[in-house]
Design a protein around this ligand. Structure first.
Ligand code: HEC
Length: 131
């Protein structure tokens, strides 16, 4: 096969792959560095990343993949008290969008919402590194 034809077939395949990628996959990727900036701006006031150093909210040290509401020595759980799920892309996205919605309308000490979906994807990309 002539080189030129092989090349154009390859670029055709790439174009097809790009075309079928759903928009949500692009969002789900998230930008970790931007996520860290957003974390510093919005979350740090209530959450440290140091083990057992709690502020208004629990420390988020190694929170990724852990059971919700189970950070040691954090005594101020409301909505997450007795929670029975783990932190993954889906639960974290729902929590950050609206903490009360995730827990069936229970009051939460976390009054903050991150309404922009791209901001959430970026913060989640950063949260994934906390393990
Ligand atoms: C006004 C203070 C406040 C802000 C701002 C805040 N949180 Fe929270 N957060 C809390 C409190 C309080 C809880 C405990 C919720 C409960 O049980 O009702 C919590 C719980 C959490 C949990 C669950 C931890 C666990 O123990 O399972 C995560 C994850 C979390 N917050 C992430 C974030 C992120 C990311 C941001 C920034 C986008 C943020 N929070 C902003 C106060 C805050």
């Amino acid at each position: 096969m002539p080189t030129r034809l092989r090349l154009s077939l390859a670029s055709l395949a790439t174009a097809a792959a790009t075309a079928i990628m759903p928009a949500s996959a692009a969002l789900a990727a998230g930008d970790e560095a931007r996520g860290q900036q957003l974390y510093d701006k919005h979350c740090l006031v209530c959450h440290t990343l140091e083990p057992e150093f709690h502020k208004e909210g629990p420390s988020l040290y190694k929170i990724w993949g852990k059971r919700a509401g189970a950070v040691p020595y954090f005594g101020k759980y409301k909505a997450l008290k007795g929670a029975n799920f783990v932190w993954n892309e889906k639960t974290m996205d729902e929590w950050l969008a609206d903490p009360r919605a995730l827990v069936g309308g229970k009051d939460s000490g976390m009054t903050f919402r991150l309404e922009n979906a791209q901001d959430r994807a970026d913060v989640i990309a950063f949260m994934r590194t906390l393990k």
